[in-house]
Write a protein that binds this ligand. Structure first.
Ligand code: HBI
Ligand code: FE
Length: 277
């Protein structure tokens, strides 16, 4: 990808890959790109994103003015759920990523996409990481889930099963949907930070929408280059946290005997979730 990554790193990354956010280093254009993205998404999200996300966004004061300072957001988050944001230059190694999550530190990229890439970006930038991931971390149950995921990630690495566990991250943290009394809502960061997928995931008749099932998700392949073919729907965040509480070691052994499922396929036992309330 032709992204100009971290044009002004401020300092070299250390062993934990953290760097200074270097907030004064953002240009007027960087802030303007944030504003464009923010305004587009905030028009779309009421009635589409879940209440927990929207409330988080509101109480953090993440706003249209421009790229927020991690220190300010971290102080608010720390009081709510004990999480802080640390700046990183881009994707970090899996073990580094998981160690941060396990310590309730969310690694956020410090650079923003160029105007030519408003709609499509394969790597996370600051808009995806902060607008997409951070607000939901104000919810105590989700906050615990992501920390548990970090611990589970370190274990999956040791057991050689990270490709399976990574699917859980993909279909929940990145592309999760939630059923509410008012209808289907978004909580996944990959959706809330994407103009096209916000509408597509909730309104298109093309993708499958399937009730959350931990083992089913860990068998399901995913695509990183296009809108998703399937979304998994939770009933609430407790369901997510409870399902992932046990030791996954026997699950990984089981999965070795089960075939993977292609992204858009249906499997026996799938609970279809319909679009109408
Ligand atoms: N690094 N900065 C960053 N952001 C991620 O989401 C990320 C990462 N490194 C590894 C990683 N994700 C994967 O391990 C997970 O998506 C499973
Ligand atoms: Fe992400």
């Amino acid at each position: 990808m032709g992204v100009i990554q971290n044009p002004d790193p401020g300092q070299a990354p250390g062993a934990d890959f953290t760097i200074a956010q270097n907030w004064p280093g953002y240009t007027r254009e960087d802030h303007a790109i944030w504003r464009t993205l923010f305004e587009r998404q905030s028009k779309l999200l009421p009635g589409r994103a879940c209440t927990e996300y929207l409330e988080g966004l509101e109480s953090l004061g993440v706003a249209a003015e421009g790229i927020p300072e991690f220190e300010r957001l971290s102080d608010i988050m720390e009081r709510a759920t004990g999480w802080r944001i640390v700046a990183v230059p881009g994707l970090v190694p899996d073990d580094v990523f998981f160690r941060h999550l396990a310590a309730r530190r969310f690694p956020a990229t410090n650079w923003i996409r160029r105007r030519e890439q408003l709609d499509y970006l394969q790597e996370p930038d600051i808009f995806h990481d902060v607008f997409g991931h951070v607000p939901i971390l104000m919810n105590p149950v989700f906050a615990d889930y992501l920390q548990a995921y970090g611990r589970g990630g370190l274990k999956a690495l040791r057991l050689g099963s990270l490709p399976k566990l990574a699917r859980l991250y993909w279909y929940t943290v990145e592309f999760g949907l939630i059923e509410t009394g008012e209808g289907l809502r978004i909580y996944g960061a990959g959706i809330v930070s994407s103009h096209s997928e916000t509408v597509y995931s909730l309104e298109s008749s093309k993708p499958k929408r399937i009730g959350f099932d931990l083992m089913r998700i860990m068998r399901t392949e995913y695509r990183i280059d296009d809108l998703q073919d399937a979304y998994f729907v939770i009933r609430n965040f407790e369901q997510l946290f409870d399902a992932t509480r046990p030791d996954f070691t026997p699950y990984y052994d089981d999965l070795k005997t089960q075939a993977d499922i292609p992204p858009g396929a249906l499997a026996p036992g799938d609970r279809p979730v319909s679009l109408s309330v």
